[in-house]
Design a protein around this ligand. Structure first.
Ligand SMILES: Cc1cc2nc3c(=O)[nH]c(=O)nc-3n(C[C@H](O)[C@H](O)[C@H](O)COP(=O)(O)OP(=O)(O)OC[C@H]3O[C@@H](n4cnc5c(N)ncnc54)[C@H](O)[C@@H]3O)c2cc1C
Length: 484
């Protein structure tokens, strides 16, 4: 197979790059090792659109963070993705933290973050009454926001797909070599040739870089574990609440999510295994301990799940975005840890402008708009619900009771341009299984619908690709074997 441009990695960065490239006349494909897009860090993070006070001035992180954050409201509105300018507070709980808060104000201002100001105890407690009354002072960050990282990735991918980008899932790039006409990618599904290759491979981006460059890069996987709280518990905080940062990052935070849950975490622990996203009692106890400083009344009674994501920490602590030195036609995004979700639109813009210019790519006469999504049934008014059911009776069949997700929405998620093919892919596209029972009630029906729509046997449906099957066989088959 031969393509003009191959993007390796279907995370938020790869999909943002794919979307912008789809406006140009080129044959583009995203090659993703996972069974879906948003299978890496882009599905497991805090979902915060950082304002940009935290990154070192003049660093790539600072520039791309601040620019990316400014792009969010327009981009999310265009793609129909949830975004709220919910604001943030960074809190100091001892007088010696004041210096750090003052430093963050100065740094943020230098980075171009607007509306920052230092607030004292009384104002903090008026804004956020559940904060520990021992708080001394803080930095108020009105331009901080929240989004849904995986919904953004799906929407970016869909928009790229309706403009001709091919998505090759379950296709892992094992090797890259330079040839006369560009590159040969040896993948788990055979060789692919490309004139231009763009490495957006997250945790494996340094490994791919090192296959074609003598200037070696190193990524350290840095794991972060979280608690997710039920949205039926009362929302305790309106803003994202940080503590003063440490050398490992922004520290443990509490934040509302765009769907009305609360998130507590993440830890920051360097690990050897970049595939292990299990959670541990030990790491989670660090979360509860740290959260207790911000929120003394902390309660884990409404925890509905725990999860972990792994950051791609580059040892020089900055984003690497652009052409690979000395390898014409190769581009990369390496070390895209936090604030990579925020920066993704700006990273894509910078990279695609560079590629279009260096390869004289011409714009397509027509760039199809992003596909529109129906309003979620759970957010409709009674009148809208009645109309939806009348137009399509499958809106009348509630599959996920916790999140009020209907059969019509599950079928629609499978039919999206880059559609759901697993239980988890349905969960993240529709919220079926995201509620208090975590899919205990709806998974069998979701599995049945997936099997029908994908035209496969129920036994072939997986939780999240590979061999993660939910069924091992039918009872009738098992009984038959026993008889024989
Ligand atoms: C715990 C945690 C909290 C965070 N919080 C925030 C936050 O609040 N705000 C913020 O702005 N940022 C945050 N981030 C950072 C943000 O999540 C990442 O910067 C962003 O998701 C990176 O996107 P990506 O596309 O570069 O990588 P990924 O999403 O990891 O995507 C890379 C993709 O490449 C694929 N891939 C890898 N190797 C290959 C290969 N050889 N062949 C084919 N495919 C391959 C992977 O399967 C993966 O899907 C956080 C990250 C973590 C882990």
């Amino acid at each position: 197979m031969k393509k003009d441009i191959i993007i390796i990695g279907g995370g938020v960065v790869g999909c943002a790059v794919a979307r912008l490239l789809s406006a140009y006349q080129a044959d583009v494909a995203v090659v993703e090792g996972g069974s879906d897009v948003a299978e890496g860090a882009s599905k497991a993070n805090s979902g915060i659109v950082h304002a940009g006070f935290d990154a070192k001035p003049s660093s790539e992180k600072a520039k791309l963070n601040v620019l990316g954050a400014k792009m969010y409201p327009g981009l999310c509105a265009q793609l129909g993705v949830p975004y709220q300018r919910s604001g943030a507070l960074v809190l100091a709980f001892a007088e010696d933290g004041r210096e750090v808060i003052e430093h963050l104000l100065k740094q943020g201002t230098e980075n171009g973050v607007q509306e920052l100001r230092i607030v004292e105890k009384e104002e903090i407690l008026a804004l956020e009454p559940n904060v520990n009354p021992d708080v001394v002072c803080g930095l108020l960050v009105p331009t901080s926001g929240i989004t849904s990282p995986y919904e953004l990735t799906y929407a970016l991918a869909d928009h790229a797909a309706v403009n001709g980008v091919a998505f090759m899932l379950d296709t892992y790039v094992n090797d890259i070599s330079v040839n006369d006409d560009g590159f040969t990618l040896a993948t788990s599904k055979g060789n692919i040739e490309a004139r231009i290759v763009i490495n957006c491979a997250g945790l494996h981006s340094a490994k791919l870089h090192n296959m074609i460059s003598d200037e070696k890069l190193t990524i350290i996987p840095r794991k972060g574990e979280y608690y997710l709280l039920d949205r039926q518990g009362h929302m305790q905080f309106n803003r994202t609440i940080f503590q003063t940062p440490t050398k490992m990052g922004k520290g443990v935070l509490i934040t509302p999510t765009v769907h009305g849950n609360m998130l507590m975490g993440p830890t920051a622990i360097d690990v050897d295994d970049d595939t292990d996203v299990s959670t541990t009692a030990e790491a989670l106890s660090r979360v509860t301990e740290a959260v207790g400083i911000t929120w003394p009344m902390k309660s884990t009674r409404t925890v509905i799940t725990t999860f972990a994501g792994i950051r791609a920490h580059e040892i020089n602590d900055d984003f690497i975005v652009g052409a690979v030195n000395g390898v014409p036609g190769a581009y990369e995004t390496v070390g895209i840890e936090s604030p990579g979700l925020t920066a993704a639109p700006a990273i894509a813009q910078a990279l695609v402008e560079q590629i279009a210019q260096e390869h004289s790519l011409a714009k397509r006469p027509l760039w199809n708009p992003a596909p529109e999504h129906a309003k979620p049934f759970s957010e409709m008014t009674i009148q809208e619900k009645m109309e939806a059911v009348k137009a399509d009776p499958e809106y009348g069949a509630i599959v996920c009771r916790c999140e009020q997700v209907t059969e019509a929405e599950i079928r629609a998620a499978i039919k999206r341009p880059v559609g759901a093919r697993s239980i988890d892919a349905i969960k993240r596209r529709t919220r079926a299984g995201m509620g208090r029972c975590q899919g205990g009630f709806c998974i069998p029906r979701v599995l049945e619908i997936l099997a029908q729509e994908l035209n496969v046997e129920p036994i072939q449906v997986t939780k999240n690709g590979g061999e993660s099957r939910l069924l091992v066989g039918s009872i009738a088959d098992a009984a038959h074997k026993e008889d024989a």
